[in-house]
Design a protein around this ligand. Structure first.
Ligand SMILES: CC(C)C[C@H](N)C(=O)NCC(=O)O
Length: 459
């Protein structure tokens, strides 16, 4: 039944980055609401307004689903946050199976959005359902907030949460997020995520594309300008060259070093898993630190570049690079935006090009960091011990959950990230999967966690 429920959700192409798929995201949110309604939750679909598009115009944001199970004032109240949107996926990108057709191969459930984040959201719903089916009272009141824009920066969600601070969130004690993965085969508790500043850099030149034989050598080419300035952001050994960008990075403490040193992480299996012969750092602690708690620059793609099969000899007239900077405490997206824009404009000016450069920050999501000594984490350890009979790793996550910082700073709520995804689930990549083992044992973990969190003594 659990696998069938996941199959139905994976079949919905709820890609929030593609506005032509917006009705699918909306349909996905309705399925989430329906699933919660069937369990008797008090469910609402909250309208969070319109999204402004970078190219002009607006489109309705997907509704946010909220639900409540129980309102006993003597019990603690937890709120589970998750998302039901996904990253793009096409079979032609190199998938071995159809991305929107859940396929079970040797106990691995392949499909876009399985691990990120549809199975974990379903596992939480199934945890509530399990208590009901066994006729055991929920040990805590459980609320849900499930959104449809996480993959593109959680547009509109912070405002909705702030608007409901004194209503839906007024009695929430703790936020639980299960939107990340373990580091190895050992279960983990996550106490930090990086933030993300996502940029478009557009270089515009001639009024239309040109023949590279007829016109090559006569004009400054937009693509050459773009590649030139992109190359000034990061060195080949991974150092970010944008002035000032590392100034706000919190120093790496001895305690962190000790914590990272204790983590069981095999560099060779990591290499094998991602298919590389060499990593940027050969030392485990340094590698984990650069994965979790130092900033990075990644260049994702160039719109307008010729990429079809064949050998078209063209000078593209306008090209737009998409790149992002994962940032860490205590960096601030507004400062990063200025540092990046100033740097690129100054490098562009050095090229003395007649072309025009426009730099826009599309997403500015902050990093998040919790205290792993908080009782929420003690409860996590106890739940992991109960279900997996082992100690969890205490880890951070290199990816971004944009809303985590809002819950912490604006709403003043304590958060735990309780992942059930496997270390090799391939989020955002080809052949994303969730194993049956992680899905089913993860459901048991959530059931146990609800019990453990109820044992926390309130101040
Ligand atoms: C591993 C991440 C925290 C998972 C998350 N759903 C995500 O992909 N966020 C967007 C991102 O680009 O990090």
């Amino acid at each position: 039944e659990y696998v069938q429920a996941l199959r139905e959700w994976v079949a919905v192409e709820s890609d929030s980055s593609d506005i032509t798929k917006r009705s699918e995201v909306q349909r996905m949110m309705e399925l989430v609401a329906e699933k919660l309604r069937v369990l008797g939750g008090k469910v609402e679909m909250v309208d969070i307004g319109m999204q402004k598009l970078p190219e002009g115009g607006t489109i309705a944001l997907p509704k946010v689903v909220t639900a409540e199970f129980g309102s006993n004032a003597r019990k603690a109240t937890v709120c589970v946050y998750g998302h039901a949107d996904v990253q793009p996926a096409r079979k032609e990108d190199g998938w071995s199976t159809e991305p929107y057709n859940l396929t079970d191969i040797y106990g691995n459930l392949y499909g876009r959005g399985t691990s990120d984040n549809k199975a974990p959201v379903l596992a939480w719903i199934h945890a509530v359902e399990a208590y009901q089916a066994l006729e055991i009272d929920l040990p805590v009141n459980v609320k849900f907030i499930i959104e449809g824009m996480e993959e593109t920066g959680s547009n509109g969600l912070a405002a909705m949460i702030e608007a409901q601070r004194d209503t839906f969130f007024s009695n929430v004690d703790y936020i639980i997020i299960s939107d990340c993965g373990w580091l190895s085969t050992r279960p983990a508790l996550t106490y930090g995520t990086r933030g993300n500043c996502y940029f478009f850099a557009e270089v515009e030149g001639p009024k239309q594309d040109l023949h590279s034989g007829v016109h090559g050598g006569t004009v400054k080419e937009p693509m050459t300008d773009l590649i030139g300035i992109l190359d000034t952001m990061i060195s080949s050994n991974g150092s970010i060259l944008i002035p000032g960008i590392r100034d706000a990075v919190a120093p790496f403490s001895d305690d962190e070093w000790k914590l990272y040193q204790k983590i069981d992480f095999d560099m060779d299996s990591y290499k094998a898993k991602i298919g590389v012969d060499q990593l940027m750092y050969e030392n485990k602690v340094e590698l984990l630190a650069h994965r979790w708690r130092y900033p990075t620059v990644s260049i994702h793609g160039i719109v307008g570049a010729f990429s079809a099969p064949g050998t078209k000899t063209v000078i593209p007239a306008k090209v737009t690079a998409k790149f992002s900077i994962r940032q860490v405490p205590d960096m601030d997206p507004a400062v990063v935006e200025k540092q990046v824009t100033d740097h690129l404009q100054s490098e562009f000016a050095k090229r003395k090009s007649p072309n025009k450069l426009k730099v826009t920050m599309i997403i500015g999501a902050k990093p998040w960091l919790a205290d792993p000594k908080h009782p929420l984490y003690q409860a996590g350890k106890a739940a992991v011990q109960r279900v997996f009979n082992t100690e969890p790793d205490l880890i951070r996550e290199g990816g971004t959950i944009p809303i985590a910082r809002t819950f912490q700073d604006v709403m003043d709520k304590s958060i735990i990230m309780l992942p059930i995804g496997g270390f090799d689930d391939g989020l955002h990549s080809q052949n994303e999967k969730m194993s049956r083992y992680n899905y089913i044992e993860g459901t048991k973990l959530f059931i146990a966690y609800l019990h453990e969190v109820a044992q926390i003594k309130k101040d």
